[in-house]
Write a protein that binds this ligand. Structure first.
Ligand code: 13P
Length: 243
């Protein structure tokens, strides 16, 4: 069975004062039958790994190279050095605002694995691709191009049009996409593909989490806005734990 994962992506949010939220989430994680990962901004990583022992900490991005003259970037080794154990790669905000294509995303995922981090590889279609019936094809080709030949990965399906909008795909659409991703992972990795966690992301809230988690091939969530407050995120963790 894939590991059930409740992951929070804090994006460019969070100051030292928000460490309290992290500690509340960490404390709640003790009681949950799922793994919790929080990806805070880089500035909080050191304290997060030190003071939130019940959860796993991840970075939000890494450079493909282990070190070098890349001002402002952070390498996978540096993330691992803070005590982080995961890293998001290929988030749609990185793909669109930083021009990252699937070749770069794949190199980042490989760098993460080399640094003993688990990459959470993000894929997802835009609204136009969804409307024209090309969602599954788009995501399949992103997976083909951005997922390395190593099964130490987590997949996050995040339809771009559902991120931060309050709109989510129908239950049927979520099932169809996650089933298609599972079939692809099995094709690529054989039986190991059964064990890779596939997360859904995009406007996950306490009110819709239980239904989303009832889909067979949804093994958790990658949550943005609702991961910033423990009062929103803990009910999502609980819904996953009970699923
Ligand atoms: P929201 O949960 O705010 O829609 O963000 C989803 C996301 O982008 C997580 O990576």
């Amino acid at each position: 069975m894939p590991t059930k994962i409740a992951a929070g992506n804090w994006k460019m949010n969070g100051l030292q004062t928000d460490m309290l939220e992290l500690q509340l989430i960490s404390k709640a994680a003790e009681q949950m039958d799922c793994r919790t990962i929080i990806c805070p901004p880089t500035t909080l990583l050191g304290n997060a790994t030190k003071f939130s022992k019940e959860i796993f900490i991840g970075g939000q991005d890494c450079h493909p190279e282990p070190s070098g003259a890349y001002t402002g970037d952070i390498s996978a080794n540096m993330l691992a050095d803070t005590g982080a154990s995961y890293v998001l790669v290929g988030h749609s905000e990185r793909r669109s605002y930083h021009g990252e294509n699937s070749t770069i995303v794949r190199a980042k995922a490989e760098a993460a694995i080399a640094a003993t981090l688990k990459p959470v590889i993000c894929v997802g279609e835009n609204l136009q691709q969804r409307k024209s019936g090309d969602a599954i094809e788009t995501v399949s080709s992103q997976i083909k191009d951005s997922v390395p030949a190593n099964s130490e990965i987590i997949l996050a399906y995040e339809p771009i049009w559902a991120i931060g909008t309050g709109v989510i795909p129908s239950f049927k659409e979520i099932c169809q996409m996650h089933d298609a991703i599972r079939a692809l992972l099995i094709k690529n990795y054989g039986s190991i593909g059964q064990k890779i966690s596939i997360l859904y992301g995009g406007s996950v809230k306490p009110s819709n989490a239980a239904e989303i988690f009832s889909a067979t091939n949804v093994n958790g969530a990658l949550v943005g806005g609702a991961s910033l407050k423990s009062t929103d995120f803990i009910p999502i963790m609980r819904a996953l734990s009970k699923s």
